[in-house]
Design a protein around this ligand. Structure first.
Ligand code: AMP
Length: 485
């Protein structure tokens, strides 16, 4: 996650995937496979670090895992039974290789490699302080802050120094750390980003999602608990829980969009939850129509749920080219618009003359919905009703999901009627926040802390946002100063 200019640009927030193996010779090959399964979480760059007889080896590359980490010479250059990797998602122009993880540093205790999924919301404040005290940063990544906090900690053992560092950071972090002694995997006290543990024979595996365990043939053991550090040294595994216990707030958007539908979180399947959201949407916002059509691929499970609940047939009215990256990934509005056209085509023969219900997982800027509705109209649809399997996204995420600044979020600017007009739909409806929780088999009660972080929908951020607050304060001061002048 980058810290340069993070709040006044709509392109810097990123989501990532991490994968680690301890105790299997040729671990890097497994990590490459695991990262491949996590590619949806980050397509901009990937990196793997391995540990062999006390020596660290790293390979980092821009672009996809395939093409970079499926080459023999690359995997051979990463020997050892311990390895960790990272896929990074960023629509930022700052694509410097020095930001690609795992990050690595030589500390007093020896080598230290770290892979991070999430975003540290006080990284800029900490960085300023560290730089003032003499730290020399090598990247613009917030993750590097952790390395400097470990390096400058007054505690003696590496574990204590690491815990000391974690206690100073706020925000979201699922981490895999490699040291000469072994591997540490941990999740922030609120468990905002996912992290699971599995087994492959005697090897221990950590991954952002269970789908990556499936791909390497590992069995899913359990999720890492929020606030838990799992330490693997040779054959021994132990847990420490250094934080006061608080109720967890895992990211609800993982259920809506980010995780792969074939992943399991807790004991729930992402696919089932998405179908439930679709069914809930059908109950809350029914409409008479001939076909239910998903915006592929992200709207598919919810559309199946909507169709099953409403009894309206599910059909593939939009065909997606799999040779174009996610729409979001392309910087600049012009390319983003073009991207949507390249990516989706109407199944004309099916659409012509039909009243259709389009289902997508979310509306962010509104670019996709606008294009898709237009595509359906051009294909001769009689009516186009849009149904969205999440509540309106009204707030930016500061915990590692790529959302633009607030001013660019469609639902932050327009009310429902205006949004309907903007995308040229005959009707538009979003699942309610209560409906979303219901789909998860839970209830969102106003009198208690919700069981998830749903800040993107509600603005209820579960941590302080030091950097964001400071940036706003500076902006307000600048505005005041302008007025005075
Ligand atoms: P937009 O076109 O800006 O309204 O974005 C909505 C589309 O982008 C939907 O089809 C989503 O599947 C997808 N999407 C939503 N959130 C994200 C995200 N954080 N990163 C990438 N794609 C996203």
């Amino acid at each position: 996650m980058l810290t340069t200019n993070p709040f006044d640009d709509d392109t810097l927030h990123e989501e990532c995937g991490i994968f680690g193996v301890s105790g299997s010779e040729g671990a890097a090959a497994l990590v490459a496979l695991g990262l491949h399964a996590l590619q949806h979480r980050g397509q901009e760059a990937a990196g793997i670090t391995s540990l062999d007889q006390g020596h660290f080896h790293t390979h980092r590359a821009m672009g996809h895992v395939a093409g970079n980490f499926d080459r023999d010479e690359v995997i051979r250059s990463l020997p050892g039974a311990v390895a960790a990797g990272h896929v990074r998602y960023s629509t930022s122009g700052d694509t410097a290789l020095r930001n690609v993880q795992p990050l690595y540093a030589e500390l007093q205790s020896g080598g230290f490699a770290i892979a991070h999924n999430g975003n540290i919301s006080n990284a800029m404040r900490l960085r300023r302080e560290l730089v003032r005290r003499g730290s020399i940063f090598q990247s613009t990544s917030d993750t590097e802050t952790i390395i400097h906090l470990v390096a400058t900690s007054n505690y003696r053992t590496l574990l204590d120094r690491f815990i000391d560092a974690l206690k100073q950071i706020e925000g979201a972090y699922s981490l895999i750390v490699m040291t000469p002694e072994g591997m540490i995997a941990c999740r922030d006290p609120l468990g905002i980003r996912p992290l699971v543990m599995g087994r492959l024979g005697d090897a221990v595996i950590f991954a952002s999602e269970t789908v990556a365990l499936d791909v390497v043939g590992a069995t899913f053991e359990r999720s890492i608990d929020p606030g838990e550090l799992v330490i693997v040294q040779g054959d021994t595994i132990r847990s420490v829980r250094p934080f006061p216990q608080v109720s967890a707030r895992p990211c609800i958007f993982e259920w809506v969009y980010f995780s792969r539908p074939d992943s399991i979180e807790g004991d729930r399947s992402v696919y089932d939850v998405r179908k439930n959201i679709g069914a809930q949407l059908a109950v809350e916002s029914p409409v008479e129509a001939d076909l239910v059509i998903p915006v592929p691929d992200s709207g598919v499970p919810a559309a199946i749920g909507y169709a099953q609940e409403s009894g309206i047939p599910f059909e593939l009215g939009i065909i997606r080219s799999h040779y174009v990256g996610r729409t979001f990934i392309q910087p600049g509005d012009k390319v983003r618009h073009l991207g949507v056209k390249l990516k989706h085509n109407a199944n004309r023969a099916l659409i012509k003359g039909k009243r259709i219900i389009l289902i997508d997982d979310s509306i962010v800027r509104g670019t996709t919905s606008l294009k898709i509705v237009q595509l359906m109209r051009e294909a001769g649809a009689a009516e186009v009703h849009m149904r969205i399997a999440s509540p309106p996204t009204r707030h930016s995420c500061f915990y590692g999901v790529d959302t633009p600044e607030r001013a660019k979020l469609l639902a932050a600017k327009l009310d429902l009627g205006e949004m309907t007009d903007f995308i040229h739909a005959d009707s538009l409806a979003f699942v309610s926040i209560d409906g979303l929780y219901k789909a998860l088999g839970e209830a969102r009660r106003a009198d208690i802390r919700p069981s998830h972080c749903d800040a993107c929908f509600t603005g209820d951020y579960p941590t302080t946002l030091t950097d964001q607050d400071e940036t706003e304060a500076v902006d307000q001061f600048a505005m005041l100063a302008e007025r005075v002048i």
